[in-house]
Design a protein around this ligand. Structure first.
Ligand SMILES: Nc1ncnc2c1ncn2[C@@H]1O[C@H](COP(=O)(O)OP(=O)(O)OP(=O)(O)O)[C@@H](O)[C@H]1O
Ligand SMILES: O=C(O)C1=C[C@@H](O)[C@@H](O)[C@H](O)C1
Ligand SMILES: [Mg+2]
Length: 182
């Protein structure tokens, strides 16, 4: 939630030349409405259902892409398990202060925090991150972004993906790892 998934996934997409699918953006395009408008008109339960549908659509299409999920996705339905089965999942773990600094700007675009003042926003982040922690931590990789220079975050994400692919390729035959290039 607010840790920079949308921001970093776009950078990652440019770097790896793999398309990015930001689930919030897909929903806004598909329903021709802003996320906050959907929340206001139809409520949160409806929004969680369409998030789930869009995630399933992305899985069905099976194109290689970088998916930036909404902050709530891992905590509803069986979304986290689905993402773990069908992709490589990374949690950009950020402290409450880091998230506050990201979210205090443009909060009107996020329906869950639009009407909160700074004190209320801090309290919301405090409660939500505690509530969501166990879901977020089911990701395959956890990157502690508070302790990484901003200029190194992308590199760390790419290293994680490469390492994952290498392990998957090698399976239980680690000798592949040490073969020199032909
Ligand atoms: N490294 C960064 N440098 C500058 N701005 C950043 C950085 N990371 C995040 N931001 C800004 O912080 C805000 C929150 O980031 P972003 O929207 O990417 O978070 P998110 O994890 O996608 O949130 P959500 O869970 O709501 O989808 C945005 O305004 C974004 O531009
Ligand atoms: O943390 C959340 O629950 C949300 C995060 C955003 O990505 C949007 O999906 C929406 O504002 C809800
Ligand atoms: Mg986002």
């Amino acid at each position: 939630m607010g840790c920079g998934k949308s921001y970093w996934s776009k950078q990652l997409s440019r770097e790896l030349k793999i398309p990015v699918c930001d689930i919030d953006d897909i929903i806004e395009d598909k329903y021709n409405a802003k996320i906050w408008e959907i929340f206001h008109a139809k409520g949160e339960d409806y929004f969680r259902e369409i998030e789930y549908q869009v995630l399933q659509d992305l899985i069905r299409i099976k194109n290689d892409c970088i998916v930036s999920c909404g902050g709530g996705i891992p905590c509803y339905n069986n979304n986290m398990a689905l993402m773990n089965v069908h992709g490589i999942t990374l949690y950009l773990k950020a402290s409450k202060e880091y998230v506050f600094n990201n979210l205090k700007r443009n909060r009107e675009r996020r329906p869950l925090i639009a009407k909160l003042n700074d004190v209320e926003l801090r309290s919301f982040i405090d409660i939500k991150l505690d509530e969501r922690k166990s879901h977020y931590e089911k990701a395959m990789y956890i990157i502690d972004i508070d302790n990484i220079e901003s200029s190194d975050i992308l590199k760390t994400v790419i290293n994680c993906i490469n390492q994952h692919e290498l392990n998957r390729y090698c399976g239980d035959n680690p000798s592949v790892l040490i073969q020199p290039p032909k």
